[in-house]
Design a protein around this ligand. Structure first.
Ligand SMILES: [Zn+2]
Length: 370
């Protein structure tokens, strides 16, 4: 998400974006996708939806924030380090002005309404993924129902059942996420080439019959992105993603989303072992819970290495450490969970010198002009 906390500036660990911007960004990417047919717009929409989306609301959907930020390590109520509005980072019933209170209700429907789109060649396109059922016209106005069963993005497999009212020939365009390098696709058990076209879609045109089965698999891998926080004298940071999900070190909220556990350990610099940034990180999966409210007990966790550091961000002007951590305690195993499951978190991590060297970060950007 772009920074949008009323002081425009570069992405930063403690910079924020409004809840209404999450809704607006999602909508903008969906419109750009429908105009251009470029799957990368849907990649952006999915990333915003599965990460920034759930962070806007409490798990019971009764309260919401005005501002969310990649790192939220203090209550923030008051003071809130992000722009005017001292309690903007707290989960409340409503915030004045009501832009965020109103717009947050657009996030889920706008995503769901655009999981499928019609195509100019009388086909259907799967544009955003998740469990769903669509009923639409394809071919020569034949009613087609498609049911998607999946735990995506917490799992890699999406199974679809295609049910046209009568046998009909039409194309199905399936989006292959840009982060996925070796997608797998089969129709009724037979493998189909899943290499995407220039716009990021695989087009399958055939005579579709009742009960035809599509199986998609999007193998996920850990990706570590390093950069510099332009708001903190170019402090180096790294963030960790897996498929479309951003990962974070959770600071458990003990009595609601405005109360962090004061005993939680979160002052770590991200470390690495081996020759690449993702080496040594392992993924663990558990069955999906029956009720889904973005729990701290996530069905998908990631084990990484962290070095405990001395770091005390000031509540009114929090910052990342300005330099990579050269000396520290021995690395510990830390458990990361999806950003959307956290209310207090670190997702833009301070980094050790080892991560700094592996990421080949350039010199920090110099301030330009006024
Ligand atoms: Zn707003």
């Amino acid at each position: 998400m772009p920074v949008a906390d009323e002081f425009y500036g570069p992405t930063g660990a403690f910079r924020a974006t409004e809840t209404c911007d999450v809704a607006g960004y999602l909508w903008s990417q969906i419109v750009l996708l429908s105009v251009s047919g470029q799957g990368c717009m849907a990649d952006r929409a999915e990333r915003a939806f599965f990460n920034a989306g759930p962070a806007t609301v409490a798990r019971d959907f009764k309260t919401h924030v005005y501002f969310q930020s990649p790192n939220r390590v203090v209550d923030g109520s008051p003071p809130c380090p992000h722009g005017p509005g001292a309690s903007g980072c707290s989960y409340k019933l409503s915030h004045m002005p009501l832009c965020c209170t109103a717009a947050l209700n657009r996030i889920v429907p706008n995503y769901v309404m655009h999981m499928w789109m019609a195509t100019y060649d009388n086909g259907l396109a799967a544009t955003h993924y998740g469990p769903c059922k669509v009923s639409a016209l394809a071919a020569d106005r034949v009613r087609v129902e498609i049911v998607c069963r999946t735990d995506y993005p917490f799992n890699e497999v999406i199974e679809m059942s295609v049910n046209p009212a009568r046998e009909a020939t039409f194309p199905l365009s399936l989006r292959i996420p840009g982060w996925c390098k070796n997608a797998e696709l089969s129709v009724n058990g037979t493998g189909v080439n899943a290499a995407p076209d220039a716009k990021g879609f695989v087009r399958v045109e055939r005579l579709w019959k009742q009960g035809d089965a599509i199986r998609l698999r999007f193998p996920m891998s850990v990706s570590v992105a390093a950069g510099r926080d332009g708001n903190a004298q170019g402090a180096p940071y790294a963030s960790v993603s897996y498929g479309p999900l951003l990962f974070a070190l959770p600071i458990p909220d003990t009595q609601g989303p405005n109360t962090p556990n004061p005993a939680a350990k979160w002052k770590y610099a991200l470390d690495a072992e081996g020759e690449t940034l993702d080496q040594g990180m392992t993924v663990e999966r558990q069955p999906m819970p029956a009720k889904w409210d973005w729990p701290l007990a996530s069905p998908l966790t990631l084990r990484a290495k962290g070095v405990a550091i001395d770091w005390n961000p000031a509540p009114d002007a929090p910052r990342l450490p300005p330099e990579p951590i050269a000396k520290g305690k021995p690395p510990e195993s830390i458990t990361l969970i999806p950003y959307g499951s956290t209310k207090f978190r670190v997702s833009m991590f301070p980094i050790t010198e080892r991560v700094f060297k592996l990421s080949e970060l350039k010199e920090p950007p110099q301030p330009s002009g006024k």
